[in-house]
Design a protein around this ligand. Structure first.
Ligand SMILES: Cc1cc2nc3c(=O)[nH]c(=O)nc-3n(C[C@H](O)[C@H](O)[C@H](O)COP(=O)(O)O)c2cc1C
Ligand code: SF4
Length: 519
């Protein structure tokens, strides 16, 4: 059998040199007169091991990493093509690498495994089974299954997906839309990008199921401009899916028409907010719309629209395939199924870890991520992107669950987590939260537009030791106003990072020379 070598074309792996490694393999094998098949797969999400090269043998798939181009001759000498363990970069059977073996991969089951643009490969690994089932069901039955699965929006707000779909289903209109939110603006977030680059058909399949369930005939994937590779892969996947009859006038021969187009954003964090995104899609400035009306009733071009995050939609095919009870069986409380946790910042093992809800924050950052890369103690973990709270180690027993995080004044958001060691200056982080909000504010409402600027100025006074107590009280009051008076969560959630920093790390706001604080 001709050896099959997998080298990721995922942009994270490419940034770490996967392109150079692929070229080195091609040249070295040519020089040695050995023929091999190359598959440019997605990433398995083990970024601390990228570029990770895999080889398929009769005994299974074996991994090596992190591989540099210069390692290629010695890897081949050591018998990489036979999956040999005689090289220091040998990682063993891929599925048995502890970081991967401990995961529950439902949404990401195929990511990094298959050739992302091969529809045959997708089918061979269980793809399209959910859409085939959906195509034979009455739309309301699909909505019921998604509702019963307990799936909640993975974009941040955690709204039940089935209820949103029911509203769009019930709305009478000549046109309806499915809009996939792939703006992925949160810090430490890369799950959407990984799935679009590594398993784009699962998103297409999820969108097609949403379309059949709600009666939509047109879909858009709104992707941030910083993701050119994901844009290219999605466009090609849509072309392949259309040629293969998965999209087009009759989805899988069902008689339902559905097409998808990719649209590229222009780089504003607020364009991830659904109504701002819809304005941007319509060619307008990305300003937040007041709700009501809900996008589910009056969304894109005023028509009923499902706006869902990439991961919400990509989780639907397995729910249709395996049933609501299967999916609901994972998780805790009202947080059902799995969540792709994205671990980043100062950690030893950064990457994507899909698991059922319920792991504690401590298990994730200390055990799975292995603590800090700097070998210093963890000081704070920000969960949920730039609007998420900073949690100290004292809160590491908090389980990954929407309600448990909310009870501790935090949020899960899109499940990106950033780890900081004890050198982090939390006053600087609180100031950054206000500054970020000031820069990214769409300007529609006063608490956010003015409040964020005044907040940063007031914290500067605290830093300079000017009427410290009085100014900290002013910041707390300002945060209350922003929390309850802002039109959307950009202004409304900025108080989370600010107030968590002040509450959990008061020593960083105490009067002392800043030079000492950096010790
Ligand atoms: C400032 C701001 C930025 C947001 N950015 C994103 C984003 O990048 N991706 C996303 O899916 N949702 C984002 N959201 C949430 C969306 O408004 C919306 O809740 C989500 O797309 C709905 O999909 P879901 O129910 O599948 O999560 C953002 C919200 C706010 C307020
Ligand atoms: S909170 Fe900020 S981003 Fe949101 S509508 Fe108001 S000004 Fe715009």
């Amino acid at each position: 059998m001709m050896p099959v070598i997998y080298i990721p074309a995922d942009s994270g792996a490419m940034a770490l040199g996967a392109g150079r490694v692929a070229r080195a393999f091609e040249e070295e094998l040519f020089r040695r007169g050995i023929e091999a098949k190359f598959v440019r797969n997605g990433s398995r999400g083990l970024y601390f091991l990228e570029p990770m090269v895999e080889v398929e043998t009769a005994a299974g798939r074996f991994a090596y990493g992190p591989v540099r181009a210069g390692d290629v001759p010695s890897l081949l000498d050591a018998g990489l093509l036979d999956g040999s363990d005689r090289h220091s970069l040998f990682l063993g059977e891929t599925d048995k690498i502890p970081f991967l073996a401990r995961q529950t991969r439902l949404t990401f089951a195929r990511c990094g495994v298959i050739d992302p643009l091969s529809l045959d490969d997708y089918r061979a690994h269980g793809g399209l089974a959910g859409l085939e089932k959906a195509a034979a069901l009455p739309p309301l039955e699909i909505v019921r299954i998604v509702t019963d699965s307990g799936l909640r929006g993975r974009g941040g707000a955690g709204f039940p997906t089935g209820i949103k779909w029911k509203t769009v289903h019930d709305a009478g209109a000549d046109r309806k839309y499915i809009v996939c939110n792939a703006d992925e603006g949160d810090s430490a977030s890369f799950a959407d990008r990984m799935i679009m680059e590594g398993d784009p058909f699962v998103l297409i399949e999820g969108m097609a199921i949403a379309a059949i369930a709600t009666g939509a005939q047109k879909g858009f994937v709104y992707i941030r401009s910083e993701y050119p590779h994901a844009v290219a892969v999605m466009r090609e996947a849509i072309r392949v899916a259309t040629a293969g009859g998965v999209l087009g006038p009759s989805v899988l021969g069902s008689g339902h028409a559905f097409d998808i187009e990719v649209r590229v954003g222009a780089g504003a964090y607020v364009c991830g907010e659904e109504t701002s995104l819809l304005n941007s899609l319509e060619g307008k400035r990305g300003v937040v719309r007041a709700k009501p009306p809900l996008p589910a009733l009056e969304g894109l071009f005023g028509k009923p629209t499902v706006v869902n995050n990439v991961i919400s939609l990509a989780s639907v095919p397995i729910i249709l395939d395996k049933g609501a009870a299967f999916y609901k069986d994972f998780g805790m409380g009202r947080s059902r199924g799995t969540i792709p946790i994205q671990i980043a910042g100062n950690v030893r093992r950064g990457g994507l870890f899909e698991a059922a809800f319920g792991l504690t924050l401590g298990e994730i950052v200390e055990d799975i991520a292995g603590g800090t890369a700097s070998d210093r103690p963890i000081k704070a973990v920000q969960v949920g992107g730039p609007l998420g709270a900073y949690f100290p180690p004292a809160l590491f027993d908090t389980p990954f669950d929407y309600e448990a995080f909310a009870a501790k004044d935090g949020l899960i958001g899109h499940a990106g987590i950033t780890v900081f060691d004890d050198t982090a200056d939390m006053l600087a982080m609180a100031k950054f939260a206000f500054s970020f909000c000031a820069i990214e504010s769409c300007g529609k409402c006063t608490p956010c537009r003015i409040g964020a600027v005044r907040g940063a100025e007031t914290l500067e006074k605290v830093e300079a030791g000017i009427r410290r107590e009085e100014n900290l009280a002013l910041v707390a009051e300002l945060c209350e106003t922003m929390k309850f008076g802002s039109l959307c969560a950009l202004g409304g959630f900025t108080p989370y990072p600010v107030m968590s920093a002040i509450t959990h790390f008061p020593e960083d706001f105490a009067p002392r020379p800043r030079a000492e604080a950096a010790e």
